[in-house]
Design a protein around this ligand. Structure first.
Ligand code: ZN
Length: 397
């Protein structure tokens, strides 16, 4: 069954497949037109780096779907075709579930944010409770912004853990153990009354970088989410990479020490046991009257506390070493770091780069750019919108 027939959690398109590339290119064209207004096809080709033949094909398909319109114009004295986006009443939702929060963003197919809201969830929340919170929040957002539910083409949903793409079920290894075995797609579709497309949060973070972020022209990108767990989302050859069963980017379980701490995955010495925010909190809270929080760690680092800086340096070097192994295999153009430690900036990026350069093949270590995500903690929900727009379009039409 192709994913056109199975919109919900059906097999994701293969990277490099015609449909995956086409969707990505369509999003690139949409985002460019959203930013720069009406452009000729030649200007679109220059801005996006796509061939004029590709532009022409995709623009034709978008015009047929009522998403764009073309009109004759002249450019440098020659006849040309100008392309502009048509506003449609359609809306997509992005929903990001974290260990202690849920965030919802609504946006148009032209990548314009229409409404957003975040709520806190108790740590250890059950899936059913959080789904009810999300459903109530979505109702409020739709009512407040005057958007009809029938205009919402779907919701792209991120969860902090692997999802079996053949069933839509959260599988073991999730940061939310209470959610393991839950068919998140079916339950959310019941609660929200719309098509739901679920993915791992790091995959959505990666997708956001190449659809909403400043890395739209990047074909090979690794998004690294460092939080209470560590996960990576991969964009390969211009499309999200889902592997055989959809469980990819488990860089948090790259082995760093043979005889390290026991990890929640059952192995020892995984990257998560030396570089997650959970282990940083544990290490730095020793001897403290109350357990530190991630904002405490950021504040101490910024005030130059030497123990905090040492812990961050060690964590960054370990992350860099794990990234070096990934980079040696896939040679990404850029590694984007996201998650709650983003305010640390260079304090965290510098040791990651050192670890990468030390452990990667020299040409790769020196040729890979490592930056912080500019999308902050909205990346996952924004990526959810991109997922919903690309998947729903192919089964609505
Ligand atoms: Zn592990």
């Amino acid at each position: 069954m192709s994913d056109e027939q199975s919109p919900h959690s059906g097999p994701a398109p293969r990277p490099g497949s015609q449909s995956a590339l086409r969707r990505r290119n369509e999003q690139l064209i949409t985002a460019t037109l959203r930013e720069q207004g009406s452009l000729s096809q030649a200007e679109l080709a220059r801005s996006t780096g796509l061939s004029t033949a590709t532009i022409s094909n995709i623009v034709k398909a978008m015009a047929a779907q009522g998403l764009a319109e073309t009109h004759p114009t002249t450019s440098s004295g020659r006849r040309a075709l100008a392309v502009s986006l048509l506003e449609t009443p359609e809306v997509a939702a992005g929903i990001d579930f974290g260990r202690s929060h849920v965030r919802i963003i609504l946006a148009s197919p032209g990548f314009k944010v229409l409404a957003e809201r975040q709520a806190n969830l108790a740590v250890g929340h059950l899936a059913a409770e959080s789904i009810a919170v999300a459903a109530a929040m979505l109702n409020e957002l739709l009512a407040e912004s005057g958007i009809e539910r029938s205009h919402v083409v779907g919701a792209g949903v991120g969860v902090p853990g692997p999802i079996d793409h053949s069933t839509g079920t959260v599988i073991r290894g999730a940061i939310l153990p209470e959610w393991v075995g839950v068919n998140i797609v079916a339950q959310l579709e019941d609660a929200l009354g719309m098509p739901v497309f679920a993915d791992n949060d790091a995959n959505l973070g990666a997708l956001a970088q190449v659809t909403w972020g400043e890395h739209r022209s990047v074909k090979d990108l690794v998004f690294l989410k460092i939080g209470s767990g560590i996960g990576a989302g991969l964009i390969l050859n211009g499309a999200p990479y889902y592997g055989h069963t959809g469980i990819t980017g488990e860089i948090g379980h790259a082995t760093i020490f043979d005889q390290g701490l026991v990890c929640r995955c059952g192995n020892r010495g995984c990257l998560e046991t030396v570089a997650s925010t959970a282990i940083m909190v544990e290490l730095l809270s020793r001897g403290e009257p109350v357990q530190l929080t991630v904002p405490d760690i950021i504040a101490r680092a910024q005030s130059g506390d030497s123990a905090t800086l040492r812990v961050i340096d060690d964590a960054g070097m370990a992350v860099g070493r794990a990234v070096a192994n990934v980079a040696n295999l896939i040679n990404p153009e850029i590694v984007v770091v996201g998650g709650p430690l983003a305010p640390l900036g260079e304090t965290l990026l510098a040791p990651i780069r050192r670890g990468l350069v030390r452990h990667a093949v020299p040409a790769i270590g020196e040729g890979t750019t490592v930056v912080m995500s500019s999308l902050g903690d909205r990346a996952e929900a924004l990526g959810g919108i991109s997922l919903a727009l690309s998947r729903s379009r192919h089964w609505n039409h």
